[in-house]
Ligand binder design. Structure first.
Ligand code: NDP
Ligand code: VSD
Length: 315
């Protein structure tokens, strides 16, 4: 395949990989795969009990007694906390910056825009954007100060970072913003020989997905039904495959391949041939799919009006 791809590989063996949100879902699945491939893995999330359980699972995947595995608790919503968490996980490595960073932390709370409070809107950016952006900011400064070459940073957006539909007014803007950051850094990191990558997962059947479905309106669930979804393990495998290959925009399923190719912007191509095919499928197929989404939403008008009355929205 060298005709189409000149990208270099990457091997986790012996590397220090920092995974935020590593105690659950995608992050935990990824952490375990990295451990099984011989990496030193540090995970950070808030809940200590979940971190402890995750560390037990990571230990079970260990392939060498020299691997350094650790789990630390931090709330990554601020610059200060994200910097402190990064420094804390680097202590075990004599303060050396990580070789790879995967910012998987985040959550979403789908609901109708008119029902969102100021707090819901701000939480959208906090738990979609800042929870990852501050870590990227902190780790970049550390890498550049230490003049470390060849490190890789991968953020986790969503298929909803490439497009959007009803219900995601607090979440989709944050996931689009991550893409803006990743694309900016893809260029700026040339100054330092760092790689900026970003993963756009489809539905992942994770604990976080179970939680978000509790508040998700039925009409949104119906629209999302087109997407088959992935297990956390499948999503993590797909993410790592693209990460290793050096894809700047990573997708792990056909539907996201289509949206990715159709909205590539100035990001480097992943594959010269497939990208053209996906782009064409997107050109023809996405408007057809969107008409069905429009239909589902319009068909929901009356029920929605009743719902808002019942909720006392009109006073
Ligand atoms: N599930 C899905 O359908 C999709 C998910 N995504 C994205 O993938 C990523 C992983 O999602 P998923 O595996 O489903 O989610 P989970 O809820 O299963 O896991 C999220 C992880 O992030 C941690 N986390 C959340 N908030 C914070 C915080 N403020 N500070 C530190 N850690 C935090 C959680 O631990 P704790 O709560 O203890 O802090 C947990 O470890 C997210 O960014 C999500 O937006 C993208 C597309 C689809
Ligand atoms: C030819 C073109 C056909 C297009 C079909 C498209 C089907 C789209 C389904 C959208 C699924 C949403 C995934 C994001 C999940 C996510 O990020 C949240 N679960 C997190 O809160």
């Amino acid at each position: 395949m060298f005709v189409f791809s000149f990208k270099k590989g990457w091997n986790p063996d012996g590397k220090h990989c920092y995974v935020t949100g590593g105690s659950s879902g995608l992050g935990l699945a990824l952490a375990k795969i990295l451990v099984a491939k011989g990496a030193h893995v540090s995970i950070v999330a808030r809940d200590q009990a979940k971190l402890d359980a995750a560390l037990v699972e990571m230990e079970a995947a260990r392939v060498s007694p020299s691997q350094k595995l650790q789990a630390k608790s931090a709330d990554l919503l601020s610059a200060t906390a994200s910097t402190a968490a990064l420094e804390a996980v680097c202590e075990l490595h004599d303060g050396a910056a990580p070789d790879a960073v995967f910012t998987c932390a985040g959550s979403s709370k789908p609901m109708f825009f008119v029902e969102m409070t100021e707090q819901d809107m701000k939480d959208g950016m906090d738990y979609g954007y800042w929870v990852q952006a501050w870590t990227v900011w902190a780790v970049t400064k550390m890498l550049v100060k230490q003049k470390k070459r060849g490190a890789k940073i991968c953020m986790v957006s969503s298929m909803l970072g490439l497009m959007s539909f009803a219900g995601y007014a607090s979440y989709a803007p944050a996931k689009h913003a991550l893409r803006g950051l990743a694309d900016t850094l893809q260029s700026e990191f040339m100054l330092y020989d760092i790689e900026s990558q970003i993963f756009f997962p489809p539905t992942i059947y994770s604990p976080g997905y179970v939680t978000e479905n509790k508040t998700k309106p039925d009409v949104i669930k119906k629209i999302e039904g087109t997407d088959e979804g992935l297990t956390p393990e499948q999503a993590a495998q797909g993410m790592l495959k693209g990460f290793v290959r050096g894809d700047n925009h990573i997708s792990a399923d056909l539907l996201t391949d289509i949206f990715r190719a159709g909205t590539r912007g100035s990001a480097p191509r992943v594959n010269f041939v497939f990208e053209a095919i996906y782009d064409f499928i997107s050109y023809v197929g996405v408007p057809i799919w969107r008409r069905s989404v429009d239909g589902a939403i319009r068909g929901h008008r009356e029920e929605h009006d009743k719902y808002l009355h019942l909720r006392g929205f009109f006073g």
